[in-house]
Design a binder for this molecule. Structure first.
Ligand code: APR
Length: 249
């Protein structure tokens, strides 16, 4: 593992344009379960129901009950872990340019990263289905379910549900970053959801070194990643950033 940590740190320091792509595995050590694999959210609830826009529009009350139980309460209790802090330190050092994240927990921003592309939107904000007003999720009283705006329209989270398009600007910017980076850190993603899962392929085609950080191998590992630093994201990122600090002395 040590050699891989040193190799990753060297590639990152030598990078001219470093970008990170993060998934749910980056937030597991903050107490937020992943979607797939052992203890994954989708083992308990059906994503094609509770994470699909059609079912939300049909049964908003039912979906909101699950969103509060499985997401809001968990995110409210979560704090950035060493993976988020490591990425924030890399941006602060002027090494990491952008994070493309699939996560909706806002932990990258909380850790201090400025340039974050929220590919699947965010749970930190809600939008009224009737008048379009936006509000911070933390400012909404959730005693009434589904929560409603003053105009009595239903609040919807600004996450991208299955069945919805990825916001165009996020898509364009992510492709631009993937094409122009020369190092991409791919942290804690099963690389199963498109189009975000193709960003490492785009980066690879652009000549980037793809460094995967994951607790286990993924479809990327064999065909796209240059190498995997296998382990928990928090632990691995802490060690890599410590090594980067030494190289930058
Ligand atoms: N450290 C590093 N990697 C981890 C850790 C950890 N502590 N724990 C789990 N992992 C890895 C798993 O091995 C898996 O590869 O994180 C990945 C989590 O995969 P998913 O749960 O599928 O999360 P993600 O890839 O982000 O899902 C993509 O699917 O349901 C949609 O919109 C949802 O954004 C999500 C998208």
């Amino acid at each position: 593992m040590d050699d891989m940590i040193k190799k990753a740190a060297k590639d990152i320091v030598n990078g001219r344009h470093v970008v990170a792509l993060t998934g749910a595995g980056c937030s597991v050590e903050s107490g937020i379960p992943p979607f797939r694999g052992k203890g994954g959210v989708w083992e308990k609830i059906d994503p094609m129901k509770y994470a699909h826009i059609d079912y939300f529009m049909k049964e908003p009350e039912d979906v909101w009950r699950v969103l509060i139980g499985e997401m809001k309460n968990v995110i409210d209790r979560s704090k950035p872990n060493d993976a988020h802090k490591g990425l924030a330190r890399l941006e602060e050092m002027g090494i990491l340019k952008t994070i493309i994240t699939q996560n909706v927990d806002g932990l990258h921003q909380l850790a201090g990263n400025i340039d974050v592309i929220e590919f699947h939107g965010t749970f930190a904000w809600l939008r009224c289905l009737k008048c379009g007003k936006r509000i911070k999720t933390s400012d909404v009283d959730m005693t009434e379910i589904p929560p409603r705006c003053e105009c009595r329209g239903i609040w919807r989270p600004e996450c991208i549900f299955f069945g919805e398009m990825i916001p165009y600007m996020e898509l364009v910017r992510s492709r631009e970053e993937a094409l122009s980076c020369d190092v991409m850190l791919v942290i804690g993603t099963s690389a199963t959801v498109q189009p975000v899962a193709s960003m490492p392929l785009v980066a690879k085609e652009g000549g980037a070194v793809i460094i995967e950080i994951n607790a286990e191998k993924t479809p990327l590992t064999e065909y796209t990643s240059d190498y995997i630093v296998q382990g928990r994201a928090g632990q691995v990122m802490r060690s890599i950033v410590e090594e980067v600090e030494k190289l930058k002395l």
